[in-house]
Design a protein around this ligand. Structure first.
Ligand code: NAI
Ligand code: AKG
Length: 391
């Protein structure tokens, strides 16, 4: 049974109850997390995986996880529609003061009500999105969906992504500055990395039209808060809408703060949680990696009694050494997949161990761990074979 540290809310009742148990141990096997910070102290040698329900992994120390041989998973696309719909809602709210109109109408006491309400309409004249230009910075899953919907609403779509995408309805430009100068609405949908931190600073804001609105649904740290406050207060930027509240932005006219609502729909939460559990279960039982941000992808039918998984720093000659060690120890390689990513590699290897080999597994594991570059070795038992729990 794997010990699971649950950060944020997860209900384990739908997961195989022989696999996971919630625990407050200081050295869990598994961490389940939503948006909260994962403390570095939990990344101990025992930690096999961190499963993030959601896409952004900026609250997880990826370098430390990789060095530790801890796979970090996320749930690509699971909340993309929810984020897109909220952005569309914000765009409409930015051009038509709907909530203000509802609030003011509710205050009226006149009878008949309608003529009195209509008297107020002058205060709620809006404008239309049709024909305006939206600039999308970060054309990943959410950015692409947003681009598509905006196009169908009649907006012109300008976009920028680090690596250009093959997209029908987006005029892709060479840099962020070109988006900022052309758009009536600029939407940030970038991950937070060292490269993107404060990517929208004072000089970049100065490129925006005074009539433009900036919407940040990527991460708060993408924007220099003091520069955006200054731009809004100086009327060099019409408004700033952010999904990442900060004290420095509190109660400032034309700055709207949402409590990180992008993925906060029943559907998105259910998709994300299901995928999180799937990622966790597949990795624990079979070593399968589908949606990891630091492990190479690897999937292989578990058609053998046993399986070895090897995670290693990629280097020439690594496999030759492992292979010779396996041969010396009479461990058959029945089927295998190997994949590399950045500077690490991952192997799934189907095998059949004799009873004696299983009994001496600790010794063999030590020998494999001694191969230069090896980071983590696991032996998994096929659930349908009569063997003790995975190590
Ligand atoms: N507000 C919310 O509740 C949510 C916020 N997010 C945020 O939105 C981000 C995007 O989400 P997805 O579209 O699902 O992710 P994604 O990974 O599909 O898209 C990110 C895109 O940004 C591009 N990119 C990365 N670095 C770049 C750079 N320096 N310059 C230009 N482009 C760059 C990538 O090439 C990729 O196309 C997430 O990383 C997360 O921070 C995601 C989901 C919910
Ligand atoms: O709603 C959440 O917990 C996370 C949304 C988010 O920011 C993400 O998926 O990156």
């Amino acid at each position: 049974m794997y010990q699971v540290k649950i950060i944020d809310n997860f209900d384990l009742s739908t997961v195989d109850d022989h696999l996971l148990t919630a625990s407050e141990t200081a050295s869990p096997d598994v961490i389940l997390v939503r948006s909260s910070q994962v403390p570095d102290r939990l990344i101990t040698p025992r930690l096999l995986l961190i499963a993030r329900s959601g896409i952004g992994t900026n609250t997880i120390n990826l370098a430390a996880s990789t060095t530790n041989g801890t796979a970090v998973f996320n749930t690509p696309g699971a909340n993309a529609n929810a984020v897109k719909e909220l952005i569309i809602q914000c765009l409409f709210q930015a051009v038509r003061p709907l909530s203000q109109a509802i609030r003011e109408t509710a205050k009226l006491t006149a009878d008949p009500l309608q003529p009195a309400a209509e008297q107020q309409r002058q205060a709620f004249i809006g404008s239309e999105l049709y024909g305006k230009t939206i600039g999308i910075i970060g054309l990943g899953t959410i950015g692409q969906r947003l681009a598509d919907t905006c196009y169908h609403l009649g907006l012109q779509v300008v976009g920028y992504n680090r690596s250009p995408k093959n997209l029908q309805h987006v005029r892709q430009v060479a840099n962020i500055a070109e988006v900022l100068t052309q758009a009536d609405f600029v939407v940030l949908l970038l991950p937070l990395t060292t490269e993107t931190s404060r990517i929208i600073d004072g000089p970049k804001l100065a490129l925006m039209r005074p009539s433009a609105t900036l919407l940040n649904f990527g991460r708060g740290e993408l924007v220099d808060n003091s520069a955006v406050v200054q731009a809004v207060q100086d009327r060099r930027l019409k408004a700033y809408i952010t999904d990442f509240p900060h004290r420095d932005l509190q109660n400032i006219p034309h700055i709207w703060q949402l409590p990180h609502l992008g993925g906060n729909t029943r559907e998105a939460l259910s998709h994300s949680t299901n995928l999180t559990f799937q990622n966790t279960q597949d990795f624990l039982t079979a070593g399968t990696v589908r949606a990891s941000v630091n492990f190479p992808t690897a999937d292989l039918p578990f058609a053998s009694p046993d399986r070895l998984t090897l995670f290693f720093k990629d280097r020439p000659g690594f496999w030759a050494e492992v292979d010779s060690l396996l041969t010396q120890n009479h461990i058959p390689v029945e089927e295998m997949v190997v994949n590399t990513r950045d500077s690490v590699g991952y192997i799934l290897m189907n095998t059949t161990l004799s009873l004696a080999q299983r009994q001496h597994w600790t010794t063999l594991r030590q020998a494999l761990m001694a191969v230069s570059g090896m980071i983590r070795v696991r032996l998994l038992a096929n659930a349908s074979a009569p063997f003790s729990p995975s190590i």
